[in-house]
Ligand binder design. Structure first.
Ligand SMILES: [Zn+2]
Length: 237
């Protein structure tokens, strides 16, 4: 008998049953196409201890993400620092940043979430491309195009055609972390995989990358506008 609810079963050509806990603490089971439900339940029941423990860790992580309501005195991250939000009757434009605080026009509070998304993405489009340019030039790597994506769970990606994509969420992270992701994607234009040679390339371009990488593993989940944005898929690079 199972007491744990399975949130999603993904059937595919795989050979064995696999269990995953999503970032939203959901239980996802991957199984071969024709696996009977009893076999899945059996595996889940056998791994119950591990599942409960992992779900608890994920729930704690979720709770550490602010549940923002876009009201005065909530703080919003930018380049690794938190800045308070001020609501004003006559702020111009609807949402702005003064260098020490965010200002939101009271009349637009209901649209704050969208305004912040747009603001962050614009800021990312301002800050990230010059970083790419800097590292690309320094290491003679050429790329075609930079996109700031809306992707919820992909920090960055590089296409074989030379297009680099970066998540808007990165702009909330310290610049050293942004630089690591930039270098990571540029290195993919030289090495398409995550081989030893790839990591050597990253290390050459960004000697302290391990620290930034670790920061992302430990804090990446907090780089979001709120708990409701967290999806089950893990953040990837
Ligand atoms: Zn990668």
């Amino acid at each position: 008998m199972n007491v744990i609810a399975i949130d999603k079963i993904i059937r595919s050509d795989r050979k064995s049953i696999g269990i995953e806990i999503g970032r939203d603490a959901s239980l996802i089971v991957r199984a071969p196409k024709k696996t009977p439900m009893e076999a899945i339940e059996k595996v889940v029941s056998e791994k119950q201890g591990w599942i409960v423990e992992k779900q608890q860790i994920m729930r704690q992580r979720l709770e550490s993400i602010p549940d923002r309501k876009f009201t005065a005195d909530e703080t919003f991250p930018l380049l690794g620092k938190e800045y308070p939000l001020f609501i004003s009757e006559n702020a111009m434009p609807h949402l702005s940043f003064s260098g020490s605080k965010f200002m939101l026009k009271k009349r637009y509070q209901g649209q704050a979430r969208r305004l912040f998304f747009v603001w962050y993405r614009k800021k990312a489009a301002e800050i990230i491309p010059p970083r790419v340019e800097h590292y690309a030039r320094l290491h003679s790597i050429s790329y075609k195009k930079i996109n700031i994506s809306w992707a919820a769970n992909r920090w960055g990606s590089a296409s074989s055609q030379g297009t680099l994509n970066f998540s808007w969420r990165l702009i909330m992270a310290p610049i050293t972390v942004i630089d690591y992701v930039v270098v990571h994607e540029l290195a993919h234009l030289v090495q398409q995989n995550h081989s030893r040679r790839f990591w050597d390339q990253v290390s050459e371009m960004c000697p302290n990358f391990q620290r930034a990488r670790q920061w992302l593993v430990e804090n990446g989940h907090t780089l979001t506008l709120g708990r409701q944005d967290v999806v089950s898929d893990p953040d990837r690079l």
